[in-house]
Design a protein around this ligand. Structure first.
Ligand SMILES: [Zn+2]
Length: 435
C-alpha cells in the first residue's frame, strides 16, 4: 500500500534476517530454513514478533506453590523453561530446569505450539495471550503425560525428579504429608496453566548486595525461590515459590537496614537466650520509633491544618530529608568490610549444617509465619545475617529455626523491569493474588 520500492524492501530476506538477529538474538544459521521453504520474514513475523509478549520471566498460578518460568528465544525456537530449586537441602547447587513448551515454524503457514510435559516427547499444545502481562498454556493431548504404571509410577517419578529421593527415604511424617499434598495439588494443573509476568528487582549502587533471586531452605517445605529487593531503608524477600503456610507472592522476610545488630562474641552467641534478648531489645526500640514517628506525623498534620497553605509543603519536605539522612547513615555502617565469626545458637534448627562460619553484618528483621492455609499470618522478629555477596541467612526467633539463602546464578533474559514503579506494582500484584 506504500510504493513498489517499499514492497521490494519488504521482500528482501537479508533485512529480515538482520531484524531476527538484532532484535531477538537469533544467531542460528538461518540458511537451514531455506530447505524447509520458510523465510526469515516468516520467522520474524509469525514466530518472534507474534510471540514477543511472552518472552521473559513468569510465575505460574499453581495455588500457593507458584514457580519460575523463563521464556526465551533459543535458535529457531521459543522455549518455556521451568526452573526448579536443587534438591533439598543442597542450597548451593545450581538450579535445575526443564522445558514446558516450545514454539517453532514447521511450515510456512503459522507457528506450532508443543507441550513438552511428561516423558513421551513433544505433543500438541496451545498458547493464549490473555492480556499484556498474562498468558496461559493448554495441553491438547494430556494422555502423553500419563504413565503405564498409573498414578503410583507418576508419583514415584515426580518424587525422584522433584526431591531426588523415594518416599521411604523421607522419615519425617509431616514432610511426607506435605509432599503428597503438593503432588496431588499440582497435578491438577497439568493440562492448563496461567502465568503472570514478574521482573527482576532493579539495582542501585547503594544496595547492600546485588538484588536478585535466591534459593532458600524452608524446613520441611524444602527449598524455595525468594526474590531479594531493596526499598530505601528496607529490604524485602518475596516468595516466588511458596507452600501451604506462606503462599508464593507473600513477603517472607523484611530486613530493617536502619537497625544493624551487633552480635556478641562467639561463645555468648551460642546462648539462644542472649541472642533473643538482643533482638527483642531492638524490636522494642523499633516499636518506640514507630510510635514517635506516628505522633510526629499527627502533630504535623495538626499544625499543617492550623498553618497557612505555603507552610505545609515545607513541613513535608523537612520530614523526608530527615529520613534519607538516616538511611544514608545506616548504609555507611553496613558497608564496613569487617567480617566476624558466626555460629548458630544452640537449639536453632538448620536444614544445612555447613552454613558459613563468618559473616559481614547483621540486621534486625521480621519473618512471616502462618498456619496451614495462610491462617493468622504474623510478622515475627528475627536476625538477617549477611555472609557474602551471594549468601545470607535468617534466624526465625519464634520458630527457633534458620534459613540459608544462596544466589541463583542464571542470567534470565528479557527480565528487567522497565521502571522501578513497574517493579513495585508487580510486587504488589503478586502479593494480592497470592491468597
Ligand atoms: Zn501435554
Amino acid at each position: 500500500r506504500v510504493c513498489t520500492t517499499f514492497r521490494r524492501i519488504l521482500s528482501t530476506d537479508t533485512i529480515w534476517r538482520r531484524r531476527c538477529r538484532e532484535e531477538y538474538g537469533v544467531c542460528e544459521n538461518l540458511r537451514k530454513l531455506e530447505i524447509t521453504g520458510v523465510s526469515c520474514r516468516d520467522v520474524y513475523a509469525k514466530l518472534l514478533h507474534r510471540y514477543r509478549h511472552i518472552l521473559g520471566l513468569w510465575q505460574p498460578d499453581i495455588g500457593p506453590y507458584g514457580g519460575l518460568l523463563n521464556v526465551v528465544v533459543d535458535g529457531l525456537f521459543i522455549i518455556g523453561w521451568m526452573y526448579l530449586p536443587p534438591h533439598d537441602p543442597h542450597v548451593d547447587d545450581p538450579m535445575r530446569f526443564k522445558p514446558l513448551f516450545r514454539i517453532h515454524l514447521m511450515e510456512r503457514k503459522c507457528a506450532t505450539v508443543e507441550c513438552m510435559y511428561g516423558h513421551k516427547g513433544p505433543h500438541n499444545g496451545h498458547i493464549q495471550i490473555v492480556k499484556k502481562d498474562e498468558f496461559s498454556t493448554k495441553c491438547n493431548q494430556t494422555d502423553h503425560h500419563r504413565m503405564s504404571g498409573g498414578r503410583q509410577e507418576e508419583f514415584r517419578t515426580w518424587l525422584r525428579e522433584e526431591w531426588g529421593r523415594t518416599l521411604e527415604d523421607i522419615f519425617h511424617e509431616h514432610m511426607q504429608e506435605l509432599i503428597l499434598m503438593k503432588f496431588i495439588y499440582t497435578s491438577q494443573y497439568d493440562n492448563c496453566l496461567t502465568y503472570r509476568r514478574i521482573y527482576l528487582p532493579p539495582s542501585s549502587p547503594e544496595d547492600l548486595i546485588q538484588p536478585g533471586l535466591f534459593k532458600g531452605t524452608y524446613g520441611s517445605h524444602g527449598l524455595e525461590i525468594v526474590m531479594l529487593s531493596f526499598h530505601g531503608k528496607k529490604a524485602k524477600g518475596t516468595k516466588i515459590t511458596g507452600d501451604p503456610n506462606i503462599p508464593a507472592g507473600q513477603q517472607t522476610v523484611e530486613i530493617d537496614l536502619a537497625h544493624p545488630l551487633q552480635l556478641p562474641d562467639i561463645e555468648t552467641l551460642r546462648d539462644f537466650s542472649e541472642l533473643s534478648r538482643i533482638v527483642l531489645e531492638v524490636q522494642e526500640q523499633v516499636r518506640r520509633e514507630e510510635q514517635e514517628r506516628e505522633q510526629r506525623q499527627e502533630e504535623e498534620e495538626h499544625s499543617q491544618q492550623a498553618a497557612s497553605q505555603p507552610a505545609s509543603p515545607l513541613g513535608g519536605e523537612g520530614a523526608e530529608g530527615e529520613e534519607t539522612a538516616a538511611g544514608a547513615e545506616g548504609r555507611t555502617q553496613d558497608k564496613a568490610p569487617a567480617s566476624q565469626p558466626f555460629v548458630l545458637p544452640m537449639g536453632v534448627i538448620s536444614r544445612n549444617e555447613d552454613y558459613p562460619r563468618t559473616c559481614r553484618v547483621c540486621f534486625y528483621g521480621t519473618g512471616l509465619i502462618a498456619g496451614h492455609g495462610f491462617t493468622s499470618p504474623e510478622r515475627t522478629p528475627g536476625v538477617f545475617v549477611l555472609f557474602d555477596d551471594d549468601r545470607f541467612g535468617f534466624i526465625w526467633l519464634e520458630l527457633k529455626s534458620f534459613s540459608l539463602y544462596s544466589r541463583i546464578k542464571v542470567s534470565f533474559q528479557n527480565a528487567q523491569a522497565p521502571s522501578r514503579e513497574a517493579f513495585d506494582e508487580m510486587l504488589k500484584n503478586i502479593q494480592s493474588l497470592a491468597t
